[in-house]
Structure formats: C-alpha cells, structure tokens
Design a protein around this ligand. Structure first.
Ligand code: ATP
Ligand code: MG
Length: 180
C-alpha cells in the first residue's frame, strides 16, 4: 500500500484544484518559507479526519478554507482527496485503489467520501485503524512529536505500539462491548 496522490482544492493556500502525484522512491517537497509545504501535510491529516483546528495550525475549522488574497476571492469550500494503492490489500477492502475525500463548507456543513460514495468519519477511521496511517497513526511525524513520544507518559507511548502491533481495533471493540 502506498500514497499515489493528493488532490487539493480550496484548501488553505491552494485555491485552484491541484494534484500531487507520488511515484516509487522518496519524494521531497521543497520551497521558500510560507509557500505551502506544511499545508500539504495538513491536507493529509485533515482528510484522515483531524477534528482539531489547532492541530492544523488554525484557530477554527473554517481556517482550512482558502481565505482569498488581494487578487483572488475566498473559496466557499475546502476539498482534499488522497488516493492509496491497495493492491496488497493492507486496507480491509476489496478495492485495488482507495480514494478518501473530505469537503467542508463555510456553513460548517461537511462530508466524507470513500471511492466517491458518502461515508461517515467513523468509516474513514476504521479503514485506517492499525495501519499506522490514521490520525493517531505514525505515518505523519510532526514537529515536536518525537519529543512528545520520548518524554510522554508510558500509557500514551503504548498507544503507538498498539497501533504498530495492530491491536487497536480489538481494544476499540472490547471498549464498545463493555459499554453496551
Ligand atoms: P515554512 O518553510 O516556513 O515551514 P511552509 O512552506 O511550510 O513554510 P505553510 O505553513 O505550508 O508554508 O504555508 C503558509 C502559507 O499558507 C501562509 O502564507 C498562509 O497565509 C497560507 N495559508 C494558510 N491558510 C490559508 C487560508 N485559509 N487561505 C489562504 N492562505 C492560507
Ligand atoms: Mg512548514
């Protein structure tokens, strides 16, 4: 499984529809300060279901929508889609390729899509549980995160090992069963 592409439209500094395509090997994103490098990582976090505006370096969720410049008017919505190659079926779905998308309007109305069909945030979260990719995963290591891992509480550190070991879904199911 690997990330094939990221499509952004109206997300943060990306007013126009833009697609980043990834191929074999290492990809690096380079550019001057403020050119939008971190916004690419934010886009991935956001589409995976990030609910905290602070984690996305904003103060409210609306801050992810392109807010306009002197020459361009603001966008009415933000859209991000990531496409993953799933030919090894690491993601528990029969699809060879999975596209997960999220859209949010200024009104606060929002939607998630999986291969073009509307789905719930919960469906997105479940798809990525135990793969290391989800919001709680380790596929994106942000600034300061290593420090947090090293100096954090053992219980918090354990969550990372649980994810790597692939047992988060069992823990979640147990917790749900105990609640009911
Ligand atoms: P650095 O090298 O300093 O880390 P960077 O390339 O990571 O920079 P980003 O932080 O990704 O840059 O991009 C910051 C830019 O994104 C700023 O110019 C900011 O104005 C712009 N930006 C963020 N949110 C929005 C928004 N909602 N609408 C328009 N522009 C936005
Ligand atoms: Mg940056």
């Amino acid at each position: 499984m690997y990330l094939k592409s990221i499509e952004v439209q109206g997300f943060k500094s990306f007013a126009n529809k833009l697609t980043f395509e990834f191929h074999d090997g290492i990809t690096a994103i380079v550019g001057p300060n403020g050119s939008g490098k971190s916004n690419v990582a934010d886009a991935v976090r956001w589409v995976l279901g990030e609910q905290s505006a602070k984690q996305l370096r904003g103060s409210k969720m609306e801050d992810v929508i392109f807010s306009g410049t002197e020459t361009r008017k603001p966008q009415s919505y933000a859209y991000v889609a990531i496409t993953l190659d799933n030919s090894d079926h690491k993601l528990a779905t029969s699809y060879e390729e999975v596209t997960v998308a999220r859209r949010v309007y200024r009104s606060g109305e929002s939607e998630y899509l999986m291969n073009g069909s509307n789905c719930r945030l919960k469906d997105v979260q479940e798809l990525f549980l135990d793969t290391g990719i989800g919001k709680e995963g380790y596929s994106i290591i942000g600034q300061g995160q290593i420090d947090k891992i090293l100096s954090g509480k053992p219980e918090d550190r354990r969550e990372l090992f649980d994810e790597a070991a692939g047992i988060v879904k069992f823990k979640k199911r147990k917790a749900t069963a105990e609640k009911n």
